[in-house]
Every structure is written in C-alpha cells, then in structure tokens.
Design a protein around this ligand. Sequence first.
Ligand SMILES: *Cc1c(COP(=O)(O)O)cnc(C)c1O
Length: 505
Amino acid sequence: MKYISTRNKAAAVSSAQAIAQGISREGGLFVPETLPRFSLAEIEDMVQASYQDRACLILSRFLTDFSSEEIRACVDGAYGEVSQPSDKFGGNPAPIAKLCPDTYMLELWHGPTCAFKDMALQLLPRLMAASVSKVMAGKEICILTATSGDTGKAALEGFRDVPGTRIMVFYPQHGVSEMQKLQMVSQEGGNVSVCAVEGNFDDAQTGVKSLFTDPALRERLAGKGMAFSSANSINWGRLVPQIVYYFSVYCDLLADGEISLGETVNVTVPTGNFGNILAAYYAREMGLPVHRLICASNRNNVLTDFIQTGIYNKKRPFHATTSPSMDILVSSNLERLLFALGGGDDGLVSKLMESLNQDGEYQVPPGVKERLDECFSACWCDDQQAAGEICRLFEEFSYLCDPHTAVASFACRRYREETGDTTKNVVVSTASPYKFPSSVLNAVTGEKLQALSAQEEFALASRLEQLSGMPQPQPLLRLREKPVRFTGSCTKGQMEEAVSVFLGL
Ligand SMILES: *Cc1c(COP(=O)(O)O)cnc(C)c1O
C-alpha cells in the first residue's frame, strides 16, 4: 500500500518512508491511498484473538512493506507478549468498563504513563526504528519534542532504550503540573534527556522548530550519522495503532454478548488534535459497524462549531481548562478528514489550509459538509459541567473518571437527549483520574483544592483513593520514590547547546 500527501497526491511513498519522514515535504500529511476493508466474517474471526493478534492483523493491511515478523516484534515490544503479559499494560491494553446497559467506557490509560497517548507512543518508536532501517539504513534517529505535559512523558517512555533512537524533551519551566514535571525529570533510560526551558510552551515549541530547520545543525548531525524526527500526532505511525482499539472494543463487546455481529454502536471521543476520533472514522470506513462519531470538546469548542456549521474559525480566545490535553485551537489531523470527505481532492485541502493560515478560517464546500453530517455529531461542555459529570458518574455508578473522559461522557448524554438515538455508546476514556487528582477530588467533594507541589498532589491522590476505593496506578505510585535525574534548564537561545551536549556533536 502506498501513502500519498493530503496536499499532493502525486507524492506516493511506502509506509516505512511515511513513518520515517513524518510529514510530506510540501507540508501535507501522509494518508493511505485506499483503506483496507474488513468483512463482518473477518471481524468475527478476530473475536477470539488477543489484542496483540488483532493489532498484527490490522497493521499488516496498512504496513505492506513490513514483514509479519517485523510487525509482530513491534507489537509485542509495545504491548507485551500474550504468553507473558507485560507490566506496561497489564492484560488487555484496552479493557471495557460497563457503566450501564447501553454505555461502555473504553479505558485506554492502563499504559506506563496513565494516558491514552501510550497506546500509540509505545508502538510508534518501534515502527520508526524498523522504518528507518528500511529507508535510511544505519541512521540514528533523534527525536526532539516540546511538550505541554502528557505527550513528552509518553514519548520518553515509548522511545526509552529503543535501539537506533535518542530522544530529548523540552518542557516550559512553569507550564506543566508538578506531577507531569516529576514524571519527566525522573525518566529512566540510556537514550533520553529532559530539559526545562525558561519560558512558556510557545517558547519551547518555536525553539524546537528552529532546531529542526537549522541547516548547520542538520549538517553536523548528518556528519555523525544522525537525523532528526518528531513524535507528534501528524505521523502516520501514531495514528495507525489507534485504529486497532476500535476494532478491539467491538470484538470484546461481541465476546461479552453485549452486541450482536453487525449491530452498530456509537463512539464518543474527547477530542483535541483530532487524532483519536479520526482513527474511529477510519475504522468505520474500513467496515466496522459504527453508526455515529460524537466529537466532544471543552470550552475550546472550535471543532463543535466546525461540525455544526462547516466553518472552521480559529480566531477566538484560548481557554485554559481542567482538560488541558484538549486545549487546542488548530486540530492538525482534521486535514486528513477533509482529504477523505473531499474524495481525495488535494487541491481543495491545500486551499483550505492556506486560508486557515492567512485568514484564520475556512468553510468547506456543501458536498463535504453533507458527508460530515452523515457520520459526525458534536457537543462541548465547560469545566463546571465536566465536574458535574465526574460527580454524577461517581454517585450513580461508583465510577471515577478524569476530566477529559467526563467531557466525553457529558457529550454522549447530551447527544442522546437531543436526538433520542438509543444506539449503544462507547465512550473513550483517555486518562486515569489519578493524573488529575485535584480536579477530580474537587468535582467529587465540592471542595476547592489546589495542589501547588508534587507532595500535595500525592496527598490529594491518596485522599481520592480512600474516598473511592479505586487503587492508584502503579506508575504514579512509584513516582514517589523515583530519583530526579534531570535538573537542567536553559533559555530558548541555549537549546541548541543543550542538544549538542546530549548528542555529543
Ligand atoms: C491527547 C489527549 C486527548 C486528545 O486526543 P486527540 O487525539 O489529540 O484528539 C484527550 N484526552 C487526553 C487525556 C489526552 O492526553
């Protein structure tokens, strides 16, 4: 299978090239030329299979230039071998919690960093190392990432000790929570580095971008047999692992007798960069019986407006919310949906992206809007409504969820009320509630607590554990004893020096 760019269909590359390269040269995103289809019989065949086996089967249809042994090695490395369950995800990496007869929580946070980014970032580094050995043999890949919190830690954990790779993460000194900071500065692994940047997320982000595009640095790197790459969600290698869990949850619902073969389900996804819900859309296009995709947003509701009106307008205030991983005004993966809904019209996508850049907005043509309406619905809620939802789920079902998941649960309920659609619904749960102990505790108790240090956050997490009886995840508990490894900080201007020292340039 070939991969083409959303802005230039003529640029066709192999999957290894698409993953190693990350983004197409003219700025477009790589997408598969066609989507593989799965019949109901093929889905039924997967019901008895493990998550790992389902992943191998689905990945093999997309990564046709990988051998089945290569795919198996990547999948086992990411999720653990079935015979020998890994301590990374426990048993099933994507278990279901049944909330009530027609609502299921798909819990994607049982990985090493307790957020759903692990589902993709445990696999991407392995796919990338294999891709590089195919198309840039011998090169060492250096991942540079600026993070506002969750992605940096998940990327560090994913690339840790993966042969042929190194990773350096920059975080804004005062822009991440104490817990997130501690997760990063205590990172283990022989190929990792973490550095604070004096400034905000934008400073770290623009700093990394200028390192990527610095020709002199690139040359010094090449001289050492290295090349830069990035781990963010525009890489196809981060998207394809996410398709797997939609097939997997359907198979598990079949296995549990909750649905019958061919019965459609709705899926509600808490959305930021549009990666997760796009994977659900691809699964639907591949033959998975999904009725509607419900896009859930927080107060940064640019996607709700887009899905309802067909107009994307990023010219609006940015709100810092209790679901920070969804605080995004430009959802980069939406470009892939536009390409699909536009029937593969690369000219249209280029035009829309140009007007987003120049005017801060665009409107899709009527045909695209019609196809959007056929499968997408959207809803948003504010912090108070999300807190109310956390409290409701806890009181009614003794189920504790994090603020991102609460936004989705709220959207699912609102959608049902507004449409009367009684289709069974899978709500995607994207983080452990213990990643956000103060927000969750506030929601459940009605108190106004704020944790100012990691120690205070640990104390709140313990209170939450006593209150709920739900055990804290091991990786967050272990954090209390972990030594700090990275204390370095630098200004934006010193980032190049920090990279040079780390890579020995
Ligand atoms: C990244 C993230 C999201 C948003 O996912 P996208 O794929 O960017 O839409 C939602 N919840 C959590 C906890 C996340 O970390």
